[in-house]
Design a protein around this ligand. Structure first.
Ligand code: FBP
Length: 256
C-alpha cells in the first residue's frame, strides 16, 4: 500500500503542474510572472493545492522555498522538449532516489502509449514503480496516447485505454487528458479500476468554461485534476483555485 497522506483531501486531488518550461518552452507558455517558479509555489501554497509538480532542476535550485512551503512535492522523473518530431519518447532525467532525497511525496512519469518507443518507457516505469513502492511512494503516470498510430488521443477508446494501461502496469494514479465527453470519461474511470484518475488542464480556456470541465470531470468519477496553464496563466490564479476547491472537494460529487 502506498502512502497518499498529504496528497489527497477527502480522497480527492488538486495538483499544480509546472513542467511546461521543458515540455513547451518559456516563449510559448510563460510571461514575466509565471516564468518564476516561486510565483507558482506561492499559488500552490495559497491556493491549497495537494501537490506541486516540478522537474529535478527546479527542485534542486529552489529546494529551500519548496521545503518551507510544505506543499507536497511530486517529482517528475522524465520529460522532453517540443523541438523533436517523430515518435515521442520522454527521457528519464531523475531517479526515485533523487525524488526521495528531496522529500518527494510522489513521483511522476510520462508514458506515450502508441509511440514506437512505448516499450522503453514502460520498461523504465517498471523499475521506477518497484523502487517507489518499496518506499510506499505513489507513482503517477502522465498517460498520453501519441504517435503515428494514434488518431484521436481523447476519443472514448483512447481515454479508456490510457486508464487501463495505468491499472495493468501498476500505476497508482493516471494523469490523462479529457476530450469533453463525460460518459467517455466515466468509462475510462471504470477501466482504471482501483488506479486513480486525474485530468490535465490543457491550454488556457475562459475561466467559466474550464470550471465546467472540472465539474464534469468530478461527476464522471475522477479523483481530481492536475492542472497548470489554466491556473497560473489566469489573471487571478487564487480565485480559480478557490472555485476548483469547491468543486473538487465539494460534498455533492460522487466518490470513485
Ligand atoms: P496543463 O494543465 O497546463 O495542460 O498541464 C498538464 C500537462 O500534463 C503538463 O504536466 C505537461 O507539461 C503538459 O500537460 C504536456 O502537454 P502536451 O504533451 O500535450 O504538450
Amino acid at each position: 500500500m502506498v502512502n497518499w497522506k498529504k496528497l489527497l483531501t477527502k480522497g480527492k486531488a488538486m495538483y499544480l503542474a509546472y513542467d511546461q518550461g521543458l515540455e513547451h518552452g518559456p516563449e510559448h507558455d510563460f510571461n514575466d510572472k509565471n516564468v518564476d517558479p516561486l510565483f507558482i509555489l506561492d499559488i500552490a501554497k495559497r491556493g491549497k493545492f495537494n501537490g506541486i509538480v516540478f522537474h529535478k532542476g527546479i527542485v534542486e535550485k529552489y529546494f529551500d522555498e519548496i521545503k518551507k512551503s510544505k506543499v507536497p512535492l511530486i517529482f517528475k522523473l522524465n520529460g522532453k522538449t517540443k523541438l523533436v518530431s517523430g515518435e515521442p519518447i520522454s527521457a528519464q532525467i531523475a531517479t526515485v532516489k533523487d525524488a526521495l532525497n528531496y522529500g518527494a511525496k510522489a513521483v511522476g512519469f510520462t508514458i506515450y502509449i502508441g509511440s514506437e518507443h512505448e516499450s522503453k518507457m514502460i520498461e523504465q516505469f517498471e523499475i521506477i514503480q518497484r523502487e517507489s513502492h518499496a518506499k510506499k511512494i505513489p507513482v503517477i503516470t502522465w498517460m498520453y496516447p501519441r504517435g503515428e498510430k494514434v488518431k484521436d488521443d481523447t476519443s472514448r477508446e483512447m481515454m479508456a485505454y490510457a486508464a487501463r494501461v495505468g491499472l495493468e502496469i501498476g500505476a497508482d494514479m493516471v494523469k490523462m487528458k479529457y476530450g469533453g465527453n463525460e460518459k467517455d470519461l466515466e468509462w475510462a474511470v471504470k477501466s482504471a479500476g482501483r488506479t486513480k484518475v486525474v485530468i490535465a488542464g490543457g491550454t488556457k480556456k475562459e475561466g467559466k468554461e474550464f470550471l465546467k470541465d472540472v465539474m464534469e470531470i468530478m461527476k464522471a468519477g475522477a479523483s481530481g485534476i492536475a492542472v497548470g496553464r489554466n491556473v497560473w496563466q489566469s489573471k487571478d490564479p487564487l480565485r480559480i483555485a478557490r472555485e476548483m476547491r469547491r468543486i473538487v472537494f465539494g460534498k455533492n460529487i460522487p466518490t470513485q
